[in-house]
Design a protein around this ligand. Structure first.
Ligand code: PLP
Length: 389
């Protein structure tokens, strides 16, 4: 919802452009302070609401609206586009948000441009679109290669930094070209979080994310969101949520909102340690193909520095082979061998085990958590040494 009081819950003093990211994160989406009420009201568990007479909103039926979602959606909107009037729609997962944009905006006969190196479930949506009569074009993220596929397209889907390869494209350049070609632009901002990158300010029509990752950051829930400036586009996305029913649980929405208060603390720690990890790995002879957009020597550093405010928690690299990577992962004490990323506990995995990404057998995607950097780096160095023996 937009940050007004049309739902009867008056927003508090949040959303201003003056405040820093940490201040905005701790106050995001809070209601107006009212004596004897909590700062962040607890989750509202409701399948339906008292509704005598005309079925007026804002709260009529639980699949359409929920006050816990409203507060979270305001909060995310304040982080995605500080001081602006935007509409955020929360979803049950990142894929629910991704599919909501693609499936609500595209019709049979349209063309969409997807990255060929994005999150591994994106091609599954592409297959579904093809089955519905949509032309799906793909191009790599690196080098803004999607530019060459835009002619006559209805929608451009960008994922930057890409998962798991960590390539970065120039969102402003792509968005301007896409708009000139008559296409809408969606950016999957999962890896960066709104504190790392603001897709709407870079020209996107849709900022989309899996909030399962860094935004909520505790590895204990699945959630997603879509934020738009344009009310009509947002209405299409909301309509899709209503008809598919891909709605977040109130408990997940509340946990997510609670987690936002520490977003800046978590992300700043994670980014600082990720850079230290990347620097450490760059000095190791068994490590090749190292990628971190915040590393000065990274091919994406220049464009990432122009458009990102923080470089993210994920570092990718290659070890000599599958067995080496497995020994490395098994030797880590503080890093869980698990998928996903962005959480407070570091995780790493041999990405090739899933079979969906074009990566080598020794490719490792490492998600840096909130541990003490000195402990984490010692753990990584120790596991590399042990794997090499
Ligand atoms: N987008 C990206 C970039 C992702 O990495 C993921 C999941 O890893 C998703 C979307 C899907 O999110 P979810 O697992 O919450 O459905």
């Amino acid at each position: 919802m937009t940050a007004d009081d049309s739902d009867g819950i008056r927003p508090g003093s949040t959303g201003g452009t003056r405040d820093g990211d940490g201040t905005r994160a701790v106050r995001a989406g809070l209601p107006e302070a009212v004596k004897n009420r909590p700062a962040l009201p607890g989750p509202a568990f409701a399948a339906h609401y008292h509704l005598p007479g005309e079925p007026d909103g804002p709260y009529t039926y639980g699949r359409d609206e929920n006050p816990t979602w409203t507060a979270l959606e305001r909060a995310i909107g304040e982080l995605e586009a500080p001081g602006e009037s935007v509409v955020t729609t929360a979803f049950a997962s990142g894929m629910a948000a991704v599919s909501a944009v693609l499936l609500s905006q595209v019709r049979a006969g349209d063309a969409v441009v997807l990255p060929d190196d994005g999150y591994q479930a994106l091609p599954l949506v592409g297959e579904q679109l093809t089955a519905y009569g949509v032309e799906v074009r793909t191009a790599p993220t690196a080098g803004d290669a999607q530019l060459s596929a835009l002619e006559g397209a209805r929608l451009l889907w960008i994922e930057t930094p890409s998962n798991p390869g960590l390539d970065v494209c120039d969102v402003r350049r792509l968005a301007d070209a896409a708009h000139a070609a008559g296409a809408l632009v969606a950016v999957d901002n999962t890896l960066a979080t709104p504190l790392g990158q603001r897709p709407l300010a870079l020209g996107a029509d849709f900022a989309v994310a899996s909030d399962t990752k860094g935004l909520t950051g505790h590895g204990d829930l699945l959630l997603g969101h879509v934020t738009c400036r344009d009310a009509e586009l947002a209405a299409g996305v909301r309509r899709w949520r209503k008809i598919v029913g891909a709605i977040p649980g109130p408990m997940e929405a509340w946990l997510a909102h609670r987690s936002l208060a520490t977003l800046q603390l978590r992300v700043d720690r994670q980014c600082a340690t990720a850079l230290e990890l990347a620097r450490t790995l760059s000095g190791r002879s068994e490590v090749t193909g190292l990628r971190y957009p915040g590393l000065e020597s990274d091919p994406s550093y220049a464009v990432a520095s122009r458009q990102m405010r923080r470089y993210g928690s994920v570092v990718s690299f290659e070890l000599p082979d599958r067995a080496f990577a497995e020994r490395f992962l098994a030797g880590l004490r503080l890093v869980d061998d698990a998928t996903s990323f962005g959480g407070v506990r570091s995780t790493a995995e041999r990405r090739g085990r899933w079979g969906g990404d074009a990566v080598s057998e020794g490719f490792v995607r490492f998600s840096v958590g909130a541990e003490d950097p000195v402990d984490l780096l010692a753990d990584v160095v120790g596991a590399l040494d042990a794997a090499a023996r």
